[in-house]
Design a protein around this ligand. Structure first.
Ligand code: SF4
Length: 426
């Protein structure tokens, strides 16, 4: 507790609050909630956070704070920033066992004042859960359609327990559902759930089914046995037996770190992360990279994959060294292969953790798709069908939980606005 007070008292309660305005995708009122922590009013701190987010316990733990709130903290100019993530997680943990804590923030009326308006949410990950909560807050009847028999999406199957304990997700989901939200499990769009049926039954639909298919590189040998996609590995837990094996993980983001660390914990002899740029260009959180190093994971920076070699199963990978060069009219450094620097290393498995894309059936939904293959939305998260909204990774939102949650909240606001406008017309 002393530590928490110390962390809270370190905040200067800046009037301009760059941590909130510049740093937090959700615009959480950071100085105000920290002020309440300083005074020991943890419930009030939770209420303040709940005005803009329903994922306090999650974002407090897994947001890339250095790139977001803490990266904009005034304290960080001359020293360490305020540890905003730790304080946010602490506030959630202080109400963790109060099932009605969110309902109490939003008011009992949330449950009672159900309007005649109904919204379907397809996909119960961070974006869908947030949209559901902010719709329910306004008295809209919400039903979540979820393909699994649990809610949370990638918070459950995409992020390992050592980064985000399942209990935090379960308690978060529990608080949200207590707002009076209905859930229909094992409902998968394109299989046993049709968009046209939902359109008939609901006033609006919010799609938040994520992007769950690993991106491939298109290199020779990619289809050999033993080459796996990072997303599928984490989601479906299709781990082979790693005992005594050498595993290469390709990529430099958090999914690559999660895969590498999970595989090492599952008993691999050696885990090598292969990344074509330099360490400081890695999109993964610095603390995740540090943890991975401590756990004995090796990093091969500035190495590009040329081909995967093997008869039926992967046996070796051929790499080429890269140098960073500046392209004309571009300030960024890009990797370029160094001629004749090819070499081969022995590997038993290769994990492609290069990001993800939407599943093929998304193109069959009859909605406009953008050039990256995501569903096209406008600034209100409305798709080409005015009754259908979409958010999170499905629309290509920066791939972070906070941004996914933001899209859910903003879509909910716009759905409410349209519902109210129609109500006033009648
Ligand atoms: Fe506190 Fe840092 Fe935000 Fe200022 S910028 S209010 S010091 S957290």
């Amino acid at each position: 507790m002393e530590k928490i007070n110390e962390k809270a008292n370190y905040c200067l309660n800046c009037k301009v609050k760059p941590c909130s305005i510049k740093g937090c995708p959700l615009g959480n009122n950071i100085p105000q909630f920290i002020e309440q922590v300083k005074q020991g009013n943890y419930k009030r701190a939770y209420e303040i956070l709940s005005e803009t987010t329903v994922l306090q316990g999650v974002c407090g733990r897994i947001c890339p704070h250095k790139k977001q709130c803490q990266g904009s903290c005034v304290r960080g100019i001359k020293g360490e920033p305020v540890f905003i993530g730790d304080l946010e997680a602490f506030v959630f943990d202080s109400v963790i066992n109060e099932r009605d804590s969110l309902l109490n923030c939003y008011g009992e009326d949330t449950k009672k004042n159900r309007s005649d308006k109904k919204v379907a949410i397809v996909g119960g990950g961070p974006s869908g859960l947030t949209a559901a909560a902010f719709l329910a807050k306004e008295g809209i009847a919400v039903t979540i359609y979820e393909k699994y028999d649990y809610l949370g999406g990638l918070l459950v199957h995409g992020i390992p327990e050592f980064r985000l304990p399942k209990e935090i997700v379960e308690k978060t989901v529990g608080k949200i559902l207590r707002l009076g939200i209905q859930v229909k499990y094992k409902q998968q769009l394109g299989k046993n759930l049709l968009l046209k049926d939902l359109e008939r039954q609901y006033d609006a639909i919010f799609l938040s089914i994520g992007a769950n298919q690993s991106i491939k590189m298109g290199v020779e040998g990619e289809n050999l046995e033993g080459v796996l996609g990072g997303n599928e590995l984490l989601e479906y837990k299709l781990h082979p037996n790693y005992k005594g094996k050498i595993v290469a993980v390709i990529g430099g983001g958090n999914v690559a770190m999660d895969c590498a660390r999970t595989i090492k914990k599952l008993g691999a002899k050696e885990v090598k992360v292969i990344y074509r740029r330099a360490e400081k260009q890695m999109p993964a959180e610095e603390k995740e990279v540090e943890e991975a190093k401590k756990e004995g994971i090796e990093f091969l920076f500035q190495n590009n994959i040329v081909k995967i070699i093997g008869e039926k199963k992967v046996e070796k990978v051929e790499l080429i060294k890269t140098k960073l060069v500046q392209k004309e009219n571009d300030t960024r450094l890009v990797p370029a292969n160094i001629e004749d620097s090819n070499y081969q290393i022995k590997v038993d498995n290769i994990i492609m953790a290069l990001g993800s894309t939407v599943e093929p059936y998304v193109k069959e939904l009859g909605l406009q798709i953008n050039r990256w293959g995501n569903i096209q939305v406008d600034e209100n998260y409305q798709t080409s069908n005015p009754k259908i909204y979409a958010g999170g990774d499905l629309v290509g939102i920066k791939s972070t939980v906070a941004w996914a949650s933001y899209s859910g909240r903003e879509a909910a606001k716009n759905i409410i606005k349209i519902i109210n406008e129609k109500r006033n017309e009648n």
